[in-house]
Every structure is written in C-alpha cells, then in structure tokens.
Ligand binder design. Structure first.
Ligand SMILES: Cc1ncc(COP(=O)(O)O)c(C=O)c1O
Length: 398
C-alpha cells in the first residue's frame, strides 16, 4: 500500500486516531497540523457556524485590489481513497502535499478539477453558487478517466467545510470579490505500467478573488486558434480533466502574446463550427436580440454559468434559446458575443480575429451589449443576494 502523506509529520500515513479532547478523529501526522472533520456533532456545527459568521472577511487584505492568484489561507480539506473506499475528510494547514514519484497523476494525467465560488451576501449570509452542479460534473470527469466518484454529499461537505474554515478570507459584501473554491481529484497511488491508480486524493482549497470588472464590463478581442485543436470529437473535451488545460497552454500563451486575451477553438473535423474558448463557453445574442445562441457539441465542457445564463435569458428576458451548431461565419451577424464561466461570469467579446480578418460584433464592438449586460447583472445580483433566488441556486453555508 502506498500511503500519501502531507509534508507535515515527515511522511507518515493517515491512519486515524481518536483525540479525546477534541472528540474527533485526528491524523497522526498531526495533532497540530491536520484534523479530521468527524468533529461536527450538531452542537458543534452550530457554534462553528456562528463563529464563522463573526470571523467572516476579517483577514486584513486589500479586498478591492485582489486579483485571481494563489495565496495561502488557513487550511485545505482532503480525503484519500484506499482499498476501495473513501476515508474521512480531514483538514491540513499546509500548502504542499507529498505523493509517490510514480503517482498516476504525474505520468498518466489522472486528474480532474472544479471551480466554484462562495459569496458574502447582502443579508450577511455566506452562499455558494450551485455546488451540486460541480459535484455532478466532477463525477462525470472522474468516470471518464477511471477515478472513483466523490459522493455528492462528501463533495458538498468538503466544499462547505473549506469555506467555513477559511471564512476570514471571504471578501466582504460590497467589495465585488468572492471566495474561489477549487476541488480536485487525482490518482495518488504509484503505478508504472498504464492502468488506473488504486489510491486517490480529493482536495478542496480556497482563495479570495477580486472583482474582475472594477472599471465596468469591457469587451475584448478574441482570436480563433487555427493551428491547434482543444479536443477530439470523441475525446475528453466534455470533462474537466487536467490534460485539456495543458493542451491549451501553448495556444493560449501565443494568443496572449499577440494581444488577444481569449482564444476560440473550432470543431476539429470541419474547422467550421465554434466549440468554445480555452476556459469558457461561447454565447451570443442574435436574431435582433431575440435569441440566446450557444454551440451544441459533444466535445464542449458544459458550463454551469452558461446553463444558468441560458435559463435567465429564457425565463427572465423572454429570449429564445438556440442550442445548436454555430458556424464561425455567423459571428458577424450576431448582436453580442461573450465568453462565460465561473471566474468572471461573462467576458464580452467585441471582435474576433479569424484567418487574418477582424470580425466586428454588433454595431458598437467597443461597448458591452445591453442584453449581456442585463444577464450579467441578473446573475451577479442573485449571487450577492441582491434579488430573490427564485431557483434556489445559492447554497447557504452560514
Ligand atoms: C473549458 C471550459 N469551458 C467552460 C468553462 C466554464 O464552466 P463554468 O461556468 O462551470 O465555470 C470552464 C471553466 O470551468 C472551462 O474550463
């Protein structure tokens, strides 16, 4: 059995022991550094919650000027899968882990991740946006690359716990920031020949992130990546596995160097239909602002933001949803275009460069279009609890 051990405690394994004082299972490595989460008796949970609320947003950070980058917080939450079952959730105060040199994640890319956010809301509560959807998507990713499923309840417990334990780092209501939550799962057992690992690690860490649009929503120019594909038709483009992002690094950095912050991929067979941007879905407003259009393809990652915007467009703005193949040549007929995803909700796109030509979108490519602006405002108002959450998208933590 290969044990995965955190840097703490010099590499001992996770055999749990009972701590009488804490009334909890604790990992040996230690008492000081890492504690299982079995502690949450009902009474304790309630006091954890009220303490969390008092501590919320108390870290002294420059909330208005946060970017989107890693910083250490109080701790992360983790669990290991060994001998066919998941162990308890634990917390670790480290920012590093130790894994075997032959871990399957390092050689065969057995890794999947998620990204979601917790918000400090107007009424003082802390809420997470649609975490069940991320739990389901991580399960789809895990199945595709032969990793064990993280049960939905375990995923939700881990995410909630990571937020509670780090509540000082939740940007306060009004700052425009949020707590970005990064759950991930990888093969942590050693194996040299190709095959799935027999040990896995699930981790959830968090980082506070700022309001991307401090100066307001501003359109960018995107470029179509023509020399590389993001995904194969029956490949892994529809799941959130690490290798997809490694494959996008070179095209993405090349686009950035040329001055285009986002790159758009076409279908790998005909090079005619839009797939998605490197890390976000493609959405458009067309048909005289009457339709919400987004590509349908088996190799696109199903964005939770896109599904939510689609529903808002239909139910709140009365738009018709066109979920279909979208040819790149249609772009110049659209009224508005954006990239959408958890990190920024939407990035308006005013121009797309394709085969050396610049395609302008709408009448005023330098300004965000009114429909996308409305959708952005609707979505962020739900997230920050400024309007009623009619669809019960927000998952209350505290
Ligand atoms: C390839 C890709 N497409 C789309 C998205 C947007 O998905 P979501 O809205 O769930 O964040 C992401 C980000 O997770 C992504 O990496």
């Amino acid at each position: 059995m290969i044990a995965l051990a955190w840097l703490v405690g010099g590499g001992s394994s996770f055999t749990p022991v009972f701590d009488k004082k804490e009334g909890a299972l604790i990992s040996p490595s230690s008492t000081r550094q890492s504690r299982t989460l079995a502690c949450c008796s009902r009474k304790k949970t309630v006091s954890c919650l009220s303490q969390s609320l008092q501590r919320a947003s108390s870290a002294s950070l420059d909330w208005k000027n946060l970017g989107f980058s890693f910083m250490p917080t109080n701790c992360f939450v983790c669990a290991t899968y060994q001998n066919g079952c998941w162990g308890e959730l634990e917390i670790s105060k480290e920012t590093t882990i130790r894994i075997p040199i032959a871990a399957t994640v390092l050689h065969y890319g057995q890794a999947a991740f998620e990204g979601l956010k917790a918000f400090a809301c107007k009424d003082g509560s802390i809420r997470i946006f649609r975490p069940e959807k991320n739990a389901e998507r991580l399960q789809r990713s895990a199945s595709r690359i032969m990793m064990p499923l993280v049960p939905k309840e375990m995923f939700l417990n881990a995410v909630v716990r990571a937020v509670q334990e780090n509540c000082e780092y939740i940007p306060p209501y009004g700052s425009g920031g949020s707590l970005y939550i990064r759950p991930f799962l990888f093969g942590s057992g050693a194996r040299v020949g190709l095959g799935p690992s027999d040990e896995y690690t699930f981790i959830v860490f968090v980082v506070p992130v700022g309001d991307y649009y401090k100066g307001g929503l501003a359109p960018v120019t995107a470029v179509v990546t023509e020399d590389y594909d993001r995904a194969a038709p029956l490949g892994v483009g529809n799941v959130k596995v690490g290798g997809n992002y490694a494959a996008d690094l070179l095209p993405y950095m090349q686009s950035k160097e040329k001055g285009y912050p986002v790159n758009l991929y076409l279908d790998p067979v005909e090079r005619k239909y839009i797939e998605e941007f490197g890390t976000s879905n493609f959405i458009a407003i067309g048909n005289n602002k009457k339709s919400f259009i987004t590509p349908n393809s088996k190799s696109i990652l199903k964005s939770i933001t896109n599904q939510s915007l689609m529903q808002l467009a239909q139910e709140e703005l009365g738009l018709q949803v066109e979920y279909r193949k979208v040819a790149i040549d249609e772009v110049s007929h659209f009224d508005e275009v954006a990239a959408c995803g958890t990190a920024v909700v939407i990035t308006p796109v005013g121009r797309i460069v394709y085969q050396g030509r610049v395609m302008n979108i709408g009448n005023n490519p330098d300004q965000v279009g009114p429909v996308l602006k409305q959708l952005y405002e609707l979505m962020t108002s739900i997230q920050f609890g400024q309007i009623a959450d009619k669809r019960h998208w927000m998952y209350r933590v505290v």
